[in-house]
Design a protein around this ligand. Structure first.
Ligand SMILES: CC(=O)N[C@H]1[C@@H](OP(=O)(O)OP(=O)(O)OC[C@H]2O[C@@H](n3ccc(=O)[nH]c3=O)[C@H](O)[C@@H]2O)O[C@H](CO)[C@@H](O)[C@@H]1O
Ligand SMILES: C=C(OP(=O)(O)O)C(=O)O
Length: 423
């Protein structure tokens, strides 16, 4: 039977060698794009990665009435002079949860927003109660009806908001909303991810008054309006980590340029522990691996601890490492879906609750596997690169949400990897 769904086919065993450029960060580009809703003026965003979530977010903003000029490279100019529709429909939110990031800006700028509830996704329930609670504390009236969050506020009021849980997009939504509120907002127990600092830099360039981004207390003094600006998106630390994990597993010698090693302390520590030799400068990282990796234990937690978005890739690395590793996922309740696919490649993994115990074996076996979410897909790509024989990865639309030209970059490093449409 003919199956036209795109797949990746990988012939395992090639070492990764060479130099590639790291793209702009998906998780920084998406909030920066949403921030442009806060002003009537044009905002230029540079270093935007060409990937599916960005395309979806730009379409959503166009539906809202934003004029989008894109050079199809990495620059996009957004002009939100007139907002014609204050809605993020289910069809958009279901493919990209980050659509929730239009809630804060629309409410602050237009006094109203209708956003489809994101619902759960493959990796967990992912409620948005903290976004809602924070906006209510700022005076918004929020009702949930027919699967939509309906929020109204004549003028948001600055407030002290203590987050019950550290949430990245929750912090970003509230930070954006607070820029145009009346008075001062203090967000306590804020997320400290580098993407929060990147968004704050974008907002500050637009005229916002923000202090403390990158710490767990962020103070925002509301201003009457924001203005046009230019912002360059930070490098993607998860793309960087994915290539480093791949090279560590595949006897690599790679040089990554246009990245930032300072965002990857926890990841680089673990790679060094596994035996990789790493050097880095202001905008580059060089990793060389001459031996079979050693097993590495890890536990995901909010930044600056080990990122949940790197957990799956390190699982693949541990599959062929020397020794036994324990990986504990503490952020999302269902983010071990890649385990069952890795086991199809002969990996020796046991799962107990949110913990996986991985006994390293010398080599994985290539076979047909299925991607279940974005980073699970990346873990299967790494597994395919180090497996014996051919691996075919189905449902790679998950991968396309968050990696720019991954097969081109891997081919450039010497991998045998192809996108195909045949079963
Ligand atoms: C677009 C984007 O930037 N996505 C990242 C962002 O997702 P996202 O911002 O959605 O993740 P959060 O930081 O909000 O989630 C952290 C935890 O908090 C829970 N929670 C969150 C909000 C809320 O209102 N209530 C609640 O209980 C979540 O279910 C999860 O268990 O941070 C995650 C954690 O680093 C990353 O994996 C995602 O890649
Ligand atoms: C989970 C991720 O993205 P999102 O929050 O957009 O689902 C991710 O980038 O790994």
């Amino acid at each position: 039977m003919h199956d036209a769904t795109p797949k990746l086919t990988i012939q395992g065993g090639n070492p990764l060698r060479g130099e590639i450029r790291i793209s702009g960060a998906k998780n920084a580009a998406l909030p920066a794009i949403c921030a442009t809703l806060l002003t009537r003026d044009a905002v230029k965003i540079k270093n935007v990665p060409l990937l599916m979530d960005v395309t979806t977010m730009l379409s959503l903003l166009e539906q809202i009435g934003v004029k989008v000029q894109s050079d199809n490279q990495s620059e996009v100019v957004l002009s939100a002079a007139d907002l014609t529709q204050l809605t993020a429909p289910y069809e958009m939110v279901k493919t990209m949860r980050a659509a929730i990031l239009v809630l804060g800006p629309l409410l602050a700028r237009a006094g109203e927003a209708n956003i489809s509830l994101p619902g759960g996704c493959a990796i967990g329930l992912r409620p948005v109660d903290q976004h809602i609670k924070g906006l209510e504390t700022m005076g918004a009236e929020i009702t949930i009806k027919h699967g939509y969050i309906h929020a109204v506020a004549k003028k948001l009021q600055g407030a002290r908001i203590v987050m019950d849980i550290v949430t990245v997009t929750g912090t970003e939504n509230l930070m954006m909303a607070a820029t145009l509120a009346q008075g001062t907002t203090i967000i306590e127990n804020a997320a400290r991810e580098p993407e929060i600092i990147d968004l704050a830099n974008c907002l500050i360039a637009m005229g916002a008054k923000i202090e403390g981004a990158g710490s767990d207390i962020i103070t925002i003094e509301g201003v009457p309006s924001l203005h046009g600006a230019e912002h360059k998106v930070m490098p993607d630390r998860i793309e960087t980590g994915t290539f480093l994990a791949a090279a560590c597993a595949a006897s690599g010698d790679i040089f990554l340029k246009e990245t930032n090693a300072r965002h990857l302390d926890a990841v680089l520590d673990k790679l060094t522990e596994s035996g990789a030799k790493i050097k880095s400068g202001d905008h580059w990282i060089h990793l060389k691996m001459n031996e079979r990796p050693k097993s590495i234990n890890l536990r995901t937690a909010p930044y600056p601890a080990f990122p949940t978005d790197m957990q799956a890739q390190f699982m693949s690395l541990n599959c062929i490492a020397n020794g036994t590793a324990v990986i504990t996922e503490t952020i999302f309740e269902n983010r071990l879906m890649h385990v069952q696919e890795l086991k199809r490649m002969n990996a020796d993994i046991k799962v107990e609750g949110h913990t996986a115990i991985i006994h390293g074996i010398p080599q994985l076996d290539g076979t047909k596997v299925m991607a279940t979410d974005l980073r699970a897909s990346a873990s299967l790509v790494i597994a395919g690169l180090i497996a014996q024989g051919e691996t075919v990865i189905d449902r790679i639309y998950h991968l396309d949400r968050g990696y720019e030209a991954i097969e081109k970059k891997l081919s450039h490093l010497g991998a045998e990897i192809q996108r195909t449409s045949n079963s």
